[in-house]
Design a binder for this molecule. Structure first.
Ligand code: TMP
Length: 208
């Protein structure tokens, strides 16, 4: 069976992790081998990198290179082997997050980010990307509301304008690859409704 690479992207508080988990469980019920993973932190080294990135202030370039280190390890040791086995990989964030946050958000040149990433990703590219979106102010409120149970995250402390640039960046990426991206508003719907929408899309595309 052919492997399938699905990513979930979006701003803070979009509920990506919940949707990734629900999607992975649903795909498993369809009889597929599923690898549910995330960036940063999809490998043991990645978990150490995740803590480092989210708690230490650093230059945007350093930030991007650390996310890339996480991604290089993740791609080579988790994503590629799983796809080769014919599994479905569901990743909570991927390269698009670096383009949106470090590129559009922090102002690093997109062409440089793409060139560096190409060096270690090669032809690895998602079959489908769900962009879950909501107004940044609401997303931040939701994300901060969860605080307490979760690890600290420097990005949630950024000003609203940063998050608006990130969201606009995601939309720009989606406009550039309309076939790969599926935009889903999560402003109002409940988790179950969003989940149904994702499943419908997989079915409509004949991917499951
Ligand atoms: P998460 O909370 O979705 O797990 O992501 C952690 C934070 O890392 C989130 O604020 C988005 C940010 N991020 C980037 O800035 N660039 C990246 O490449 C990735 C993967 C995440």
């Amino acid at each position: 069976m052919k492997g399938l690479f699905i990513t979930l992207e979006g701003p803070e508080g979009a509920g990506k992790s919940t949707q990734a988990r629900m999607l992975a469980e649903w795909l498993q019920k369809q009889g597929r081998e599923v690898v549910l993973t995330r960036e940063p932190g999809g490998t043991e080294l990645g978990q150490a990198l995740r803590r480092l990135i989210l708690t230490h202030p650093m230059r945007p370039e350093t930030e991007f290179l650390l996310y890339s280190a996480d991604r290089a390890e993740h791609a080579a040791t988790v994503i590629r082997p799983a796809l080769k086995r014919g599994a479905v990989v569901v990743s909570d964030r991927w390269l698009d997050s670096s383009l949106a946050y470090q590129g559009y958000g922090r102002g690093l040149p997109i062409a440089w980010l793409r060139a560096v990433s190409q060096g270690f990703l090669g032809d690895l590219w998602p079959d489908l990307t769900f962009l879950l979106y909501l107004p940044p102010r609401l997303g931040l409120w939701r994300a901060r509301h969860r605080r307490g149970t979760l690890e600290p995250d420097r990005f949630e402390e950024e000003e609203l304008a940063f998050h608006e640039r990130v969201l606009e960046g995601f939309f720009e990426l989606a406009r550039g690859e309309p076939e790969r991206f599926v935009k889903v508003s999560v402003e109002k719907p409940r988790a179950e409704e969003v989940h149904r929408r994702l499943v419908e899309e997989l079915r409509a595309r004949g991917l499951v």
